[in-house]
Ligand binder design. Structure first.
Ligand SMILES: [Zn+2]
Length: 147
């Protein structure tokens, strides 16, 4: 009898291929893409050489294709419009939240578990293509600093 297991990506039961005894993703195209994406995300997290190589390769690609995003935005008006409305939303949020006046408005609400957009700190507030959407689960809440 063939043993089956559950695919890490889609959750369906599948029988591992005979030559891949530790197979954890089923053979569907989407799940194999997910496997490679997960492998790469893990690699980016644990391997600083890989991370540096990827960053350099992306920079070279951007240099060779400097007009890519400009042309993409021109060809996809709905994408451009979404970016604009998201940016207006960020701008509005930023202007109505005076961070420096914590003593007047009280302590800011601590971040809770949920989905966040993660991007490099020096790009904060700017529409970014290479931002990750991540899920953060809060394990312990920060304690308020002494006044
Ligand atoms: Zn699957």
């Amino acid at each position: 009898m063939k043993s089956t297991r559950l695919c890490l990506a889609c959750g369906s039961a599948f029988a591992p291929l005979p030559h891949v005894p530790h197979q954890r993703y089923c053979s569907s195209k989407a799940c194999q893409r997910a496997r490679r994406r997960d492998w790469q995300n893990n690699r980016l997290r644990v391997d600083s050489d890989y991370r540096d190589n990827q960053a350099r390769a992306q920079e070279r690609w951007r240099e060779r294709h400097s007009s890519y995003w400009r042309e993409y935005r021109a060809a996809h008006p709905e994408y451009r419009e979404r970016n604009r409305s998201m940016q207006r939303l960020r701008n509005a949020r930023r202007s109505c939240r005076p961070i420096a006046k914590m003593d007047v408005i009280g302590l800011p609400k601590p971040l809770g578990s949920g989905f966040y957009v993660l991007s490099h700190a020096h790009d904060a507030g700017v529409a970014k293509m290479d931002a990750w959407t991540v899920h953060i689960a809060v394990l312990s809440a920060p304690t308020a600093p002494p006044m």
